[in-house]
Write a protein that binds this ligand. Sequence first.
Ligand code: 5RP
Length: 229
Amino acid sequence: MNDVSARQETLKQQVAQAAVDYMDSQLKNHSIVGIGTGSTANYFIDALARIKHKFDGTVASSLASEQRLRSHGIPVYDLNVINDMQFYVDGADESNHQLELIKGGGGALTREKIVASMADQFICIVDASKMCETLGKFPLPVEVIPMARSVVTRAIVRMGGRPLYRQGFVTDNGNIILDIHDLQITQPRQLESAINNIPGVVTNGLFALKPADLIMIGTANGVETRVAR
Ligand code: 5RP
């Protein structure tokens, strides 16, 4: 690992711990916590293990996170048996200053969006490199039903994107991912809806219709907490 990625890992770890500290101060009785996916979410799970007696359990957004939670002895529930969720905590691939996100670098976008939709508060945890003015430098992941790959590819090309098939990757839902390059996303909410309206699309990685409520950013000067500008 080079110096830049080592520093980035340290920032992810710091922001994950800060999110656990924040949650610890806010947790209500019998809380359920939604858990994201990815390396920052993994640091969060590891830090969460230390306060596992303070909440009832979790709902995971991927099989990988579920496995990690269980390895720490943290209860994981099926979303269908849950009525309330106080927090959803997850990383992101990009965030603008309105806390609209691109997610799905790890391919878990659909379950992430479903679990996040249930939470009273979505806390996004990132290192400073994920912040941007305009979304789209990070290729936008789209989960697609396998038989619709060509149909969706053509529709996205007509919209001005350059979709690339994520080779050798199958989502937890048995679908494929197209990563859309060359987008300058100036109207994230409209684009989120437009892509989701293509037949064969399960969902796309824009979290703009329901953005994060709070973002915690790991920076060289400590962790900054922000709400939408
Ligand atoms: C997974 C995601 C992740 O949150 C996103 O890819 C960020 O990952 P990391 O914390 O490893 O940088 O959306 O589907």
